[in-house]
Design a binder for this molecule. Structure first.
Ligand SMILES: [Zn+2]
Length: 158
């Protein structure tokens, strides 16, 4: 089985949005104030706590435009937050949820059909390893099982 690493968004990308850089729709990130604790920050991969400010913005987690380059909403802390270090274990936040959607992408950033699956969160590591055992797969997206929102990326550990 492949050794894997969970990756958050790069700090430089998130910092650019915090400075007012436009999102993937060409719009400024929206500023909001959290009233509940269930919003996942894609920078630190921890829940945004009630009372914290956060940004909602459109993100396209692909390097180029093409038909498979889905764009969707994400949340990040509005202020600096802890840096997520690539880890072989999923963030604790994921384990509080029931299920996640995993999808494998190839070297041209297109879906490898047959890899998409909704898995119980405690099986995410094993499922991602199995997807990455397929030589056609370059990386795996972790997405919301209910809303398809991008959460994190899983790569083979170097
Ligand atoms: Zn954060």
């Amino acid at each position: 089985m492949s050794a894997i690493q969970f990756h958050a968004l790069s700090p430089s990308l998130v910092d650019a949005w915090r400075r007012g850089e436009m999102d993937a729709n060409g719009l400024p990130p929206e500023m909001h104030h959290a009233t509940s604790g269930d919003l996942p920050c894609r920078a630190c991969l921890q829940p945004i706590q009630p009372g914290e400010d956060y940004l909602i913005l459109a993100h396209r987690p692909f390097p180029t435009l093409h038909p498979y380059a889905e764009l969707g909403p994400i949340f990040v802390h509005a202020g600096a937050c802890a840096e997520w270090r690539p880890s072989e274990d999923p963030p604790a936040m994921f384990l509080a949820w029931e299920q996640l959607l995993l999808k494998g992408y190839d070297e041209t950033d297109r879906i490898v059909y047959g890899t998409g699956q909704i898995v119980p969160t405690d099986a995410v590591k094993d499922a991602a390893r199995a997807i990455l055992d397929d030589a056609r797969v370059r990386y795996v997206h972790v997405r919301s099982a209910r809303n398809n929102c991008y959460m994190a990326r899983i790569d083979r550990a170097l």
